[in-house]
Design a protein around this ligand. Sequence first.
Ligand code: J9N
Length: 232
Amino acid sequence: MRIDVVSIFPSYFDGLTLSLLGKARATGLLDLQIHDLRNWAGDRHRTVDDTPYGGGAGMVMKPEPWALALDDLASSGPEAVDRPTIIFPSPAGELFRQKTARDFAAREHIIIGCGRYEGIDERVFEYAASLGEVRLVSLGDYVLNGGEVAAMAMIEAVGRLIPGVVGNPESLVEESHEDGLLEYPSYTKPAAWRDRSVPDVLLSGNHGAIAKWRGEQQLERTRQRRPDLLSD
Ligand code: J9N
C-alpha cells in the first residue's frame, strides 16, 4: 500500500519511522512518503497561503501548489491507471472510525493533504475529485491547528490493518471497536497486588465462563462510557 502525505510541516511525521509502522515501511508492506507542499510553490519565497476573499481572520492555502502536488502524486501510484483516495483531514468532515480505517486499509493508493485550520481554497477539493475519490475526514469534534496530527492518527490506524503489519492477526479482532464494543479489562501477574486481586473467573481455567464474563464486561463498559455505540 502506498500513502503520500502533503504537509507544510513534514518533520511532524518523523515518528512514523518508529516501532510497528517503521517496520512495515522497512519491509515494504507500507510505502509511506512525506512531501513538503512548498516544493510545489511557484515563487522564491515558496508561498503557499494568501488572504481570504471576503475578509476574515487568518490565511487560506492557495490552490496552485495543491493542484501541482496532486497532479504529480496522483499519477505516481502503484497502479498504471491510478485513481487514488484523496483524504483531507478536516473538523468539518465525516467522522473517522474503525470502519473508516478498514475501508482505507483496502485501498492501493492514498494521498493525505494536510491543511492549516483556516482552510484550503475550496476549488482544491473540486479539482481533487477529478483525480480520485475525495474524503474529508474528522478525527473528532475538537479543533486542531492543522491536519498533521489527524493524518498521523489515521496512518497508524490504517497501517496496522495492512495484512502482515501486526504479527498476530488474532490480536486485531479482539480490540476495542472491531466488534462495535469497548474492550474487556486485562490483567497479568501478580494475581494479588496492593490489596487488589485479579477476578477469580480469569484464574478458573473455565474458558466458557471467561468468554461470558469478558462479553458482559464489554457490554457494561460500553453502556457506561459510550452509550452512543449501542444505539448507532
Ligand atoms: N478533527 C479535526 C481535524 C482538524 C483539522 S484538519 C486541518 C486543520 C484542523 N481539527 N479537528
